[in-house]
Design a protein around this ligand. Structure first.
Ligand SMILES: Nc1nc2c(ncn2[C@@H]2O[C@H](COP(=O)(O)OP(=O)(O)OP(=O)(O)O)[C@@H](O)[C@H]2O)c(=O)[nH]1
Ligand SMILES: [Mg+2]
Length: 306
């Protein structure tokens, strides 16, 4: 067992509260800088240990801006906390393309108890990535799933640009706001990759019913359409719908083994650094097959040999 991972886990379990969360936040910050250049390979060893830990479910919550993702996450977290499940949230903030800045304000938008020992929220800037996730999202999710029962990732976007989340999460829910015809058109046109489930948010809005019907009819074109949930995160009386969604999100989907997610990330990462021409296919394959893939990546980056 890795010492850093063990001490993070113990800290969170013993309810060290602020202290443990601060340690975790610091560790996650390391993942946002080039941790793979860290000569001692400490971060890589931590990631390898976390990767081999049979951990929690990673669920992606995606959808266009303002669809109600953060509010929904707050409601889901409250439900899971009633069951004593621990939850970490990674909120990927869309960076402004013009200024390159990111508000990192999402933390404020979650209606969650900041003092609750069993929850943790981290905002990350999406950076230059086209997909709705940041480069650091996968390593962060690997670490957090070793420490929490559930890891939720909020990403912004709809259409092809956010499909990256499918390669990180065990399940993906696409949020659609009532009256937003675009999303339904996207489904009809086959532009969006169909997620594991669709969530029509803001059930209390007058157009909600019609949107559910539109989405269902658009999905009729697909062979095995995903379930559609209709929820109001603002209202307590929709607990049944919310509970059904909460259950569906953490139901294990065997279609995405951890190794396949790692392979995908490694490929994107290595190609991002060297391009397809600068990498030997065998090197990538050897990295992917390695029992300590993150440590192997570090040594490979140091001397390009395995
Ligand atoms: N009526 C109603 N409004 C809601 C509900 N859920 C969220 N909202 C409102 O919708 C707006 C956007 O909600 P957010 O949860 O911030 O949406 P988001 O998808 O996270 O937004 P971005 O992170 O900016 O993309 C806020 O004003 C919420 O209060 C709901 O169930 N009913
Ligand atoms: Mg949000």
């Amino acid at each position: 067992m890795n010492k850093v991972l063990e001490s993070l886990r113990e800290g969170l379990k013993e309810g060290l509260g602020g202290l443990a969360k601060r340690d975790l936040a610091r560790t996650l910050s390391r993942l946002e800088s080039p941790w793979f250049d860290d000569g001692a390979g400490e971060t890589a060893a931590l990631l390898d240990a976390a990767f081999h830990t049979q951990g929690g479910t990673i669920a992606g919550i995606t959808g266009p801006p303002g669809a109600g993702k953060s509010t929904l996450i707050g409601a889901l977290v409250r439900l899971w906390r009633k069951d004593k499940k621990t939850v970490a949230v990674i909120a990927v903030d869309p960076s402004s393309k013009i200024s390159g800045g990111s508000l990192l304000g999402d933390r404020l938008r979650f209606d969650m108890d900041g003092l609750d020992e069993g929850t943790f929220v981290r905002s990350v800037a999406a950076g230059t990535r086209l997909g709705g996730v940041a480069d650091s999202t996968y390593p962060m999710a690997v670490l957090l799933q070793a420490l929490f029962d559930i890891v939720l990732i909020e990403t912004v976007g709809v259409g092809q640009s956010e499909t990256d989340i499918r390669d990180i999460a065990d399940s993906v829910a696409l949020c659609i706001q009532p009256g937003s015809g675009d999303s339904v058109q996207f489904i009809k046109a086959g532009i969006i990759e169909i997620p594991d489930m669709l969530v029509i948010t803001k059930k209390d809005m007058p157009q909600a019913r019609a949107t559910v019907a539109d989405v269902r009819s658009a999905l009729a074109l697909y062979e095995s359409p995903p379930p559609v949930f209709s929820v109001a995160a603002h209202h307590k009386e929709n607990d049944q719908d919310m509970q059904a969604l909460a259950d569906a999100l953490i139901r294990p989907l065997s279609s995405r083994p951890a190794r396949a997610k790692l392979d995908h990330w490694l490929e994107g990462f290595v190609h991002g650094l060297y391009g397809t021409r600068g990498t030997k296919a065998e090197d990538l394959q050897r990295l992917q097959a390695h029992s300590a893939p993150f440590t192997a990546l570090c040594s490979w980056l140091c001397d390009k040999s395995l």
